[in-house]
Design a protein around this ligand. Structure first.
Ligand code: SAH
Length: 466
């Protein structure tokens, strides 16, 4: 398998410093599954190309039990695409041979490592499970121009049709470290093959090499899933760390949320009153396409499904666990096709812009803001009010003033220990008025739950409209 990397930034031979491989020499490196060779087919001040050729030894693979599992019979273990097609073996070779460049180090010329360069990458045979479309979805958001040609199964026998392999060229302006980290993660993702054991350290590797780009990648979920070979607990772990890089896992938070908050608010079934109020506000907007952001276990979604007015309903949450519970609560698998088409559950975080959320008539954000770190609030505001920009937004949050009325709540505490803050009515209105002014909305406020003359209602609701 062969990969070449070219730069045209003069003096182009600086690439040799970056990769710590002398352009004048051919070097070979033993790997556990074969041999890697590095050489420069072209090395002039105007244009320099480095080639990484990896020879995989299929017999050695079987001996070391690192080859395909042999599901297709014994022959399959010896005769397969591993020697020819760029796969996770190439990632291992990249990390081995260009380790310092992959981690962004350049001893002799540190300033070189930090500078974006015009780079072109060519791969002669790349398996793209998911096709050219998926290839583009992976690389284009990272700023690459992608060109791909699907290879015939055998050029001499056109009637045999096309293969699953592509000849691929990628062009971008970025640092060599960025490019290598993208390849390290995305080559095995494209291959999507299970040929090596995935352990806990793969989560760490994924997060380390994905740093700075994976968390905001629109395909972060499929990348994580495929990279970790669909091993559910690892995938969940990685996604949780990607979406919230601090604090307890989103699943823990969502789980505890349900129990603790309900215990505190029991008695008046505030939960039901709140959902009723939100549902009514959403109906009032005349919306047909609605979002439930931070949908949790799907109580509001259940209510929305019952209303014919809502033709398209999308629930989003950062917690996988909560989404699974929502999925079960809604009996998603048993819904008739027409109903199923109306409803989608998405995994995602409200602090990263997300194109899937654009173009809706209305969004509900029920008891979610107070779970966000105050430092992330500004990001959330832009994601919701500037990028997703639904026409109407119905947002609720606890009223801190009312906490003195809860018998079980010690003074000075929040209703839920994962609440990062709870606002007084004045604080909430200040925030909401500010956001409305900045992003071009009008906002009004409604109490939810029994109103006390002194401290107001337990829940406060803001309704934003154009
Ligand atoms: N709206 C639901 C759940 C409220 S609990 C209800 O009223 O019943 C808060 C929810 O917000 C949890 O499910 C939690 O997982 C989710 N959440 C917290 N931070 C989030 C984020 N950054 N992006 C998306 N959802 C988030």
């Amino acid at each position: 398998m062969l990969l070449t990397l070219t730069t045209t930034q003069s003096p182009a031979t600086d690439l040799g410093y970056l990769l710590r491989k002398n352009p004048a020499r051919l070097q070979s490196f033993p790997l556990s599954f074969g041999t890697a060779h590095v050489f420069y087919p072209e090395a002039t001040p105007e244009r320099c190309t480095v080639a990484l050729l990896v020879e995989v030894d299929p017999v050695g693979l079987v001996r070391n039990r690192r080859g395909p599992s042999g599901e297709g019979g014994t022959l399959d273990r010896y005769v397969n695409d591993r020697p020819y097609a760029v796969s996770s073996f190439m990632s291992v070779a990249l990390a081995d041979v260009f380790g310092s460049a992959l981690s962004g180090r350049c001893k002799e010329r540190p300033e070189l490592a930090a500078a974006p360069l015009p780079l072109q990458l060519a791969i002669s045979v790349l398996p793209c499970r998911g096709g050219e479309e998926f290839l583009r979805k992976l690389f284009e958001p990272l700023g690459y121009a992608v060109s791909a040609r699907r290879l015939p199964l055998d050029a001499r026998f056109p009637a045999w049709g096309e293969s699953a392999y592509y000849q691929v060229e990628l062009a971008a302006s970025m640092t060599v470290q960025q490019l290598l980290s993208h390849l390290y993660v995305l080559l095995p993702v494209l291959d999507n093959d299970k040929h090596y054991w995935v352990g806990d350290d793969e989560v760490e590797k994924l997060l380390r090499h994905g740093q700075g780009w994976l968390a905001s990648h629109p395909e972060r979920e499929s990348i994580t899933r495929r990279y970790l070979k669909h091993q559910r607990s690892l995938v969940d772990d990685a996604l949780a760390q990607l979406t919230e890089d601090s604090g307890p896992s989103p699943d823990e938070i969502a789980g505890r949320q349900a129990e603790e908050e309900e215990a505190v608010e029991r008695g008046i079934s505030l939960n039901e009153q709140r959902l009723g109020a939100v549902l009514a506000a959403l109906k009032n907007t005349g919306a047909a396409r609605v979002l439930d952001l931070g949908c949790g276990e799907g109580r509001l979604l259940q209510g929305l499904l019952k209303e014919k007015q809502f033709a398209e309903i999308v629930g989003l949450d950062v917690s996988h666990r909560a989404l699974e519970i929502a999925h079960d609560r809604l009996h998603y698998d048993r819904l008739p096709p027409m109903q199923k088409e109306r409803l989608r559950l998405l995994h995602g975080s409200l602090i990263y812009r997300d194109e899937r959320l654009a173009g809706f008539d209305a969004a509900a954000v029920v008891e979610v803001v107070e779970h966000l770190d105050p430092a992330r609030l500004a990001a959330f505001e832009r994601v919701l009010f500037e990028c997703a920009k639904p026409k109407h937004i119905v947002l609720t949050t606890p009223n801190r003033e009312y906490n003195v009325k809860w018998e079980t709540l010690p003074a000075g505490q929040f209703r839920h220990r994962d609440h990062r803050f709870e606002w007084t009515r004045a604080e909430f209105q200040d925030w909401a008025n500010g956001v409305a002014a900045r992003f071009g909305y009008h906002v009004h406020f409604l109490p939810v739950g029994p109103e006390d003359p002194g401290v107001g209602s337990p829940t406060q609701m803001a309704v934003f409209k154009p």
